[in-house]
Design a protein. Structure first.
Length: 200
């Protein structure tokens, strides 16, 4: 199977857009401050923008689409035609596992970060109490997702490339079998001709 430039372009584009969205989600994490209620002595949290949640979920969706396309093209390594043995197949298996590990890690960070960022603390307690704080997403969750997204892109492209190299062995194997059969038939015909000539 030859490498398709369009498939590579789609995979890279989806990963890069997801990476940009993950970086944007890290920069736009919700911030909050404790504000006293004007009607009683309780306090509540006032949060900023929830854009980070939207960015994270968008990146989550793009990565999912990219992984779906990749495994549809390669038949998820398990359901396609047989691959030739050797270095290309071993590399394909390694990058298949690597792409899945980084993909799952990135998706977990994006989903957890988006969920946590969307969680808003309401009332905290009596105004003036100790250790009053608002729940916010800790720094670095979306950054980790962005890093894993880039690793997933590298793993996906290398998996697709090595799988394409290994997958060409199916045609080469049948071609070689056809050549061997043709050579065998030719040899058999030559022997029959030699036998007929000896009898004459």
């Amino acid at each position: 199977m030859a490498v398709s430039v369009s498939i590579v372009a789609v995979l890279i584009s989806l990963h890069l857009i997801a990476f940009v969205l993950a970086v944007g989600a890290e920069r736009r994490r919700s911030t909050a401050q404790v504000v006293p209620d004007q009607y009683d002595e309780r306090t509540f949290c006032v949060y900023g923008s929830d854009a980070s949640t939207a960015y994270g979920l968008a990146a989550f969706g793009l990565l999912l689409i990219s992984q779906t396309i990749l495994n549809a093209v390669t038949k998820c390594l398990c359901f396609g035609k047989g691959l030739i043995g050797g270095g290309s197949t071993n590399a394909a298996v390694f990058f298949f596992v690597f792409s899945w590990v980084t993909f799952v890690g990135a998706e977990a960070c994006l989903l957890a970060g988006s969920t946590r960022n969307a969680y808003h603390t309401k009332y905290r307690g009596i105004f003036g109490g100790q250790n009053i704080s608002c729940a916010t997403l800790r720094k670095g969750v979306f950054a980790a997702a962005a890093a894993l997204t880039l690793l997933s892109m590298v793993g996906s492209i290398l998996y697709y490339w090595t799988h394409s190299k290994a997958d060409t062995g199916g045609w080469e194997k049948h071609q070689n079998e056809g050549l061997a059969m043709a050579a065998s038939d030719f040899t058999h015909q030559r022997k029959e001709q030699a036998t007929d000539f000896g009898k004459a």
